[in-house]
Design a protein around this ligand. Structure first.
Ligand SMILES: NC(=O)c1ccc[n+]([C@@H]2O[C@H](COP(=O)([O-])OP(=O)(O)OC[C@H]3O[C@@H](n4cnc5c(N)ncnc54)[C@H](O)[C@@H]3O)[C@@H](O)[C@H]2O)c1
Length: 302
């Protein structure tokens, strides 16, 4: 069913709009920071108060570092940016916003339940930007009241620094929803690349396969350490980051969930998650978020 009422996106520099970001984990934290730095007001929803506290601490740290490094928010006081973010745990508050960016755990059961719940509390014209890595947008839209209002909005980590957003057109996504998403991307100072719906879209389908292969090479002993594997790719191909560093940044649990989704969706062995990846996740070595993955980190990020 389509809904006729349209959302008018405003330039955040003129009148700050209220945008909700649901899920305050690895990526949701970056989304909230990027929105607030771009002068949006942000409702940051998570089911966990503890996670919201961590997210705000990480945003404060991120903004201070960016200021020290002379990033684009250097002229702004980190505390002023933080004041634009309102942490909440009650989904009823979503009725206050015309746009929701959803970033909860990469698990269909969790996302399905959330979208059904959000349908009860949001206005019919609300646009849902699904920041999933692999779950098809048409499937997500199928559990909402207005599937034309759902679009894939695939941001990559670290959100404040990455220049592009992969927008994904679901089967029912309307031109006006694409327009709203494009305006939001440009309000964030990024550019949008629109692709069609398919599990993993373009970026995750390629990236998860490559990461999984790098993990298999490590497991087989073809390369002896994560550092060597990453150094090869960086020096031979000029990549800024190695695949194992990237996996740690994404979160190994999210890499595993994403690979499982691709494996199920395509029913193709090439996406089967490597046993070493499963073992690390079972051992709760999740990468930066837990303080250790393929590498050790001074401080866990969540
Ligand atoms: N990590 C990345 O680099 C990355 C990049 C692009 C897209 N994504 C996608 O973003 C989504 C989140 O990934 P992540 O890495 O941030 O995961 P994460 O595990 O770090 O965080 C997920 C957050 O969702 C919260 N949550 C779960 N159910 C909820 C609910 N019903 N209501 C409110 N909050 C809820 C959890 O408490 C947690 O804080 C996934 O779909 C993932 O595929 C992740």
């Amino acid at each position: 069913m389509a809904n006729g009422k349209q959302i008018e996106m405003r330039d955040p520099a003129d009148t700050p709009m209220l945008i909700a970001t649901v899920g305050a984990g690895t990526i949701g934290t970056g989304v909230a920071q990027a929105l607030a730095a771009a002068n949006y007001r942000v409702l940051l929803l998570d089911r966990s108060e503890v996670q919201l506290g961590r997210a705000l601490r990480n945003i404060r740290r991120g903004l201070r570092t960016e200021r020290l490094l002379g990033g684009c928010t250097r002229a702004l006081d980190p505390e002023e940016i933080l004041r634009r973010i309102e942490p909440i745990t009650d989904p009823k508050q979503l009725a206050r916003t015309p746009v929701v960016i959803e970033n909860v755990t990469e698990n269909w059961t969790i996302k399905e339940k959330l979208y059904r719940e959000m349908a009860k509390f949001t206005e019919p014209e609300t646009v849902f930007c699904a920041n999933t890595s692999t779950i098809p947008i048409t499937r997500i839209a199928s559990v909402t009241r207005y599937p034309d209002r759902v679009i894939g909005f695939h941001l990559t980590n670290p959100v404040p620094l990455m220049p592009a957003v992969e927008l994904v057109r679901g089967h029912h996504t309307s031109p006006s929803t694409i327009r709203v998403a494009r305006q939001l991307v440009s309000g964030l100072g990024k550019h949008a690349i629109l692709v069609e719906d398919s599990p993993g879209f373009v970026t995750s389908r390629v990236m998860m396969l490559a990461i999984n292969e790098a993990i298999s090479l490590l497991q087989e002993g073809v390369v002896s350490t994560p550092l060597e594997a990453d150094r090869l790719l960086k020096t031979c191909f000029g990549h800024k980051m190695g695949l194992l560093e990237t996996a740690d940044l994404i979160g190994l649990d999210t890499v595993l969930d994403s690979s499982e989704e691709l494996f199920r969706s395509f029913n193709d062995d090439k996406y089967r998650p490597s046993p070493l990846l499963r073992r690390l996740v079972a051992a709760k070595l999740l990468g930066r978020k837990s303080g250790q993955g393929f590498y050790r980190y001074y401080e866990a990020s969540s």
